[in-house]
Design a protein around this ligand. Structure first.
Ligand SMILES: Cc1cc2nc3c(=O)[nH]c(=O)nc-3n(C[C@H](O)[C@H](O)[C@H](O)COP(=O)(O)OP(=O)(O)OC[C@H]3O[C@@H](n4cnc5c(N)ncnc54)[C@H](O)[C@@H]3O)c2cc1C
Length: 461
């Protein structure tokens, strides 16, 4: 027999907006992480803000968990319904509501996929510049809720930096409008930024107003390999100081390139490699590109290549976009514990030296790649899921690497969020403000129905 709250939901929504089918529940029980799956009891696809209000009011009435999700590309279990209940799949709220071209702004629903938004904006010669590498598969709502950041954070910052206003549904079903269409606003507490990065634990985002830039049509890419990580890091810092104004500076270490070569049947030099992308005009790009090539050579690069056509640039970026799938493909039956620490730029060499030390001391491969231009690195610890000692080793090595990042003035998560896997680190990173965070959660969601079990394992002191 159906639970009373499911019967009430059924009365509110037609069959094509609600499902309790096993296949649908299973699909919504996992994300792109290797965290264990958790089944919801029901999935609802809202079509507008009012639908979200109806679901949340019912959840509030019955104290049932509601976990919003986009396309579940999260890498930290952020959208897993760990306590069951309702998954609110936001992907059908995927419209561009209004392009305000004169203001360089767009109002969108949360379910739109990043690249689809930019396709629609290109007609207006505009673009959203701060997408993560998953922009072709992830939703704007998921990006705002995780405050995602990608390759282009060097020049443009992270997704949250481009959000001017949000419409959100709070835990009691009320609708709030946070921020405004003004580029600058200091009117009261900055609740919009509290919502950004809150991983669906404080409210459901139903609309977002985003800032835009003129469409970038001219790009230039430099790829340079170095005999060791230290030289690649020195080159990165020299590039950032050179005023060449890179949009992206990414690095892959030799171990990652090896995985990519095996996966793509490519023949990249198996050495630490940095990719630098520039945005500008056809007139200024060659000069800035040459400057970067010259910096790389001065810093001891073994090979440097450049590209200025879309096809060539996309072909080179493949080495970076294939990195994570290549590591996954090389370990088909394994779990992968991902790290996404961030450290101040000057501390990257110290952090990378520690990664090498950990790998050597433990005789494990720790491939690393990431957004070196903003100090955000991914390390990947592979373990066999059926081998408890490997699982424990991966966890303990991850804890050591995170502790090092914190010691260097960094963070345990620069982009994937706390989700399930980083909760233990919060007490170290935010020892003196963790309690305040929990109090805010309790004020905004007293029954603990919004994406429970994320960010904090418990709301107790
Ligand atoms: C191949 C690959 C590459 C990636 N590259 C990057 C990268 O470069 N940078 C980066 O930061 N991340 C990256 N990610 C991680 C992931 O894509 C991002 O975290 C992304 O923002 C998640 O979007 P999503 O639509 O999949 O959200 P989901 O995974 O479905 O949800 C993420 C979080 O947002 C919440 N949420 C979703 N929609 C809403 C809403 N409307 N209101 C409130 N809360 C909501 C969920 O509850 C959950 O906590 C990558 C992932 C993959 C698989």
């Amino acid at each position: 027999m159906s639970l009373p709250w499911i019967s009430d939901l059924r009365a509110e929504f037609p069959l094509d907006q609600l499902s309790i089918e096993a296949e649908v529940l299973t699909k919504h029980s996992h994300d792109s992480s290797t965290h264990p799956a958790h089944l919801p009891e029901v999935v609802v696809w809202p079509l507008n803000t009012n639908d979200v209000v109806k679901v949340v009011r019912l959840a509030d009435k019955y104290a049932v968990p509601v976990t919003p999700c986009g396309t579940r590309t999260g890498l930290e279990g952020n959208a897993l319904p760990v306590n069951g209940g309702i998954v609110l799949d936001m992907t059908r709220m995927n419209k561009v509501v209004e392009v305000r071209a004169a203001d360089f702004q767009v109002v969108v629903e949360p379910g739109i996929i990043g690249t689809e938004l930019n396709k629609q904006l290109a007609v207006h010669h505009l673009m959203f510049p701060a997408f993560p590498a998953s922009a072709h598969i992830a939703t704007i709502g998921g990006m705002i809720a995780n405050n995602a950041g990608g390759m282009y954070a060097v020049k443009y910052g992270v997704v949250g930096n481009w959000v001017l206003a949000l419409e959100s549904v709070l835990a009691d079903g009320s609708i709030v409008h946070l921020g405004s269409h003004s580029i600058k606003s200091v009117a009261g507490y900055d609740l919009k930024n509290l919502m950004i990065g809150s991983e669906g634990t404080l409210g459901i985002i139903t609309k977002a107003t985003l800032k835009l830039v003129p469409l970038v049509t001219s790009k230039y890419l430099v790829a340079a390999s170095f005999p060791d990580v230290k030289k690649a890091l020195d080159a990165t810092l020299a590039i950032l100081h050179s005023q060449a104004d890179p949009a992206a500076v990414e690095m892959l270490d030799a171990a990652t390139i090896k995985y990519v070569n095996a996966f793509k049947h490519s023949n990249w030099e198996e050495l630490p490699t940095i990719l630098i992308e520039l945005h500008g005009t056809p007139e200024d790009l060659p000069q800035r590109g040459k400057k970067i090539q010259s910096v790389c050579q001065t810093q001891g690069s073994t090979s440097v290549k450049s590209a200025d056509t879309t096809e060539e640039i996309e072909a080179i970026w493949e080495v970076r976009t294939a990195a994570y799938p290549a590591i996954v493909a090389a370990h088909p039956d394994s779990g992968i514990l991902p790290g996404d620490i961030g450290v101040p730029l000057s501390q990257i060499p110290a952090f990378m030296a520690y990664v090498a030390q950990i790998a050597q001391e433990n005789q494990v491969s720790v491939p690393t790649f990431g957004h070196i231009g903003d100090g955000n690195f991914h390390f990947w610890l592979v373990y066999r899921q059926d081998n408890p000692s490997e699982v424990n080793r991966a966890k303990s090595l991850a804890a050591k690497l995170v502790a090092k990042a914190l010691e260097l003035g960094g963070t345990c998560t620069a982009e994937h969020g706390v989700g399930i896997g980083k909760q233990a680190y919060l007490a170290h990173e935010h020892a003196d403000s963790l309690q305040l965070m929990k109090q805010l959660k309790q004020v905004l969601d007293p029954k603990g129905i919004l994406n429970p079990g994320k960010i904090f394992a418990t709301l107790d002191a």
